[in-house]
Design a protein around this ligand. Structure first.
Ligand SMILES: NC(=O)c1ccc[n+]([C@@H]2O[C@H](COP(=O)([O-])OP(=O)(O)OC[C@H]3O[C@@H](n4cnc5c(N)ncnc54)[C@H](OP(=O)(O)O)[C@@H]3O)[C@@H](O)[C@H]2O)c1
Length: 373
């Protein structure tokens, strides 16, 4: 068994304070030597599930609102989507709004967010979309959003944690010049080709874990008191990736431990991530049994799954799930994906609109329940 797993999982597992990801402003450790990693093959595996259209009809464009005693108009279902200005997040906003949900489209950049809301208002004729700024890594930005929702609506029904980053440094021109056929991507045979253009640096790894896991957790913590006030049954949707599936985790002991949700809490997750970063810095990922394909991204989504299961156990009254959207054509993968955002958004929308007797603590591979652990 690898040393990394032994350390996080022993009763005296260590937390390395110097490596603890910091709240904003994001602080990065000094650059280590760029560590070239075989990255993409598994991500490119074909996962073509039939994705039944959850929302083909725009006749669902109905605003469900209830007036409260103090004459405030409160939407029946209110959703927050993080990273809503483009890609899958933008499409989740559109599809939820088409279902009559009032959507707070959030983005870290005010102009990009407002432009996105305008595009939905005019392009899709949707009036039930509101913009609010949210940088998920910024304490005061998260607090400001929570305060806005509290004072204006007093509750939240749906949180879609969508914002994310890829966590690698890429020479995009060189990647484009390779002109890799999607079939080669999907077969996994592109690994050797891309090693020269896609690099896992330490700084990108820190940014990736901070955004994809810690940012998601901090947003959830900020909005949980409002989700508890939901009268329609709160839903949390955490965007994950097939890179999180435990069958891809080389370290057998770690894989077994990750299956056992009872032994985990947020502190132990943080300790494990610090072990991972320390091993990345020492260039011993492979030796320690961590994922070597998109390492930081894979670890970030692995712990998103774990956190989802922890939360689902803690809040049985809510439906809390994680969703892999498919291999979607967006900027995060330099537009190499094979399905459009319209299709990629369907799983998150389905999980956001689950009935009260729907699953919780589960992994959706697009719109179907899948097995990630
Ligand atoms: N595309 C795929 O094939 C695929 C597969 C599996 C999982 N996913 C997941 O799907 C989610 C959406 O990705 P995408 O494919 O739509 O990629 P994308 O087009 O690159 O969108 C990423 C979004 O996240 C936002 N974001 C990043 N850091 C943020 C921060 N600190 N605060 C607020 N927003 C932030 C970006 O905002 P800016 O515009 O300001 O940068 C952007 O809106 C991610 O979690 C990704 O990991 C995607």
């Amino acid at each position: 068994m690898a040393a990394a797993a032994a350390s996080y999982s022993s009763s005296s597992w260590r937390v390395r304070p110097s490596l603890t990801p910091l709240r904003s402003p994001l602080q990065l450790q000094p650059h280590g030597r760029a560590h070239r990693i075989a990255i993409f093959a598994a991500r490119m595996e074909s996962r073509s599930h039939a994705a039944p259209s959850a929302m083909q009809s725009s006749s669902a464009l109905h605003r469900l609102e209830v007036a409260t005693h103090d004459n405030k108009t409160i939407p029946e279902r209110l959703a927050v989507v993080t990273g809503g200005n483009r890609g899958i997040g933008l499409e989740v906003c559109r599809q939820l709004a088409l279902q009559g949900v009032t959507v707070i489209l959030t983005a870290r950049d005010e102009k990009r967010g407002k432009d996105a809301v305008e595009s939905l208002r005019h392009g899709s004729n949707l009036s039930n979309i509101i913009f609010h700024q949210l940088d998920i890594l910024n304490d005061s930005s998260r607090a400001s959003l929570a305060q806005y929702i509290k004072s204006r609506f007093g509750k939240l029904d749906i949180l879609v944690n969508n914002a994310g980053v890829g966590g690698v440094a890429v020479d995009q021109d060189a990647l484009r010049a390779l002109n890799i056929d999607p079939k080669i991507w999907l077969s996994g045979k592109a690994v050797n080709l891309i090693q020269s253009v896609i690099v896992q640096t330490y700084d990108e790894a820190v940014k990736c874990l901070n955004t994809n896991y810690y940012g998601l957790k901090w947003v959830t913590e900020a909005l949980l008191p409002l989700l508890k006030q939901s009268t329609s049954g709160a839903r949390i949707v955490n965007t994950t990736s097939l890179r999180s599936e435990l069958k891809r985790m080389p370290n057998e002991k770690l894989r077994d431990d990750l299956r056992n949700v009872e032994m985990w809490d947020e502190a132990r997750i943080e300790a494990m991530l610090n072990e991972f970063l320390a091993d990345l810095k020492k260039e011993r990922l492979e030796e320690a049994g961590w994922p070597t394909m998109l390492p930081a991204y894979s670890m970030s989504k692995t712990v998103v799954n774990l956190y989802t299961r922890i939360l689902a156990r803690r809040h049985p009254e809510m439906r809390i799930n994680c969703v892999h959207p498919g291999f979607v054509n967006t900027e995060i993968n330099w537009n190499t994906g094979i399905i459009p955002p319209e299709e990629g958004a369907r799983g998150a929308v389905k999980a956001a609109l689950l009935p009260q007797d729907g699953p919780s603590g589960c992994y959706f591979d697009q719109t179907e329940l899948g097995e990630a652990w």
